[in-house]
Write a protein of this length. Structure first.
Length: 96
């Protein structure tokens, strides 16, 4: 059961990491990612990399619960935000 939850959270983390990388390279192309905010982007990319690579590494080295927690750091807030946006879009009500 924990393995299934871990895989679901890892897939969510992978999708979020791809979105972050897309926006990073798009920002580099149009100039919105510059030396002023590069440290913030490096931090965001580092968190995604740690969650994406660190979770499976911890599971392989006999720390399955810690691997799940590391992966959940990105997956749970992203999932909740995605559900909020889905409800906001599908509800049809005005949010202003």
């Amino acid at each position: 059961m924990i393995m299934i939850i871990f895989r679901i959270m890892w897939v969510i983390t992978a999708i979020v990491s791809l979105v972050v990388i897309f926006f990073f390279f798009t920002g580099l192309a149009d100039g919105t990612v510059n030396e002023r905010n590069m440290i913030l982007w490096i931090g965001i990319l580092a968190i995604c990399a740690i969650a994406l690579l660190g979770g499976p590494w911890l599971r392989r080295h006999n720390y399955p619960t810690l691997g799940l927690v590391v992966t959940a750091i990105v997956a749970i807030p992203s999932f909740l935000f995605g559900m909020f946006m889905l409800i906001a879009i599908l509800s049809g009500s005005k949010w202003n």
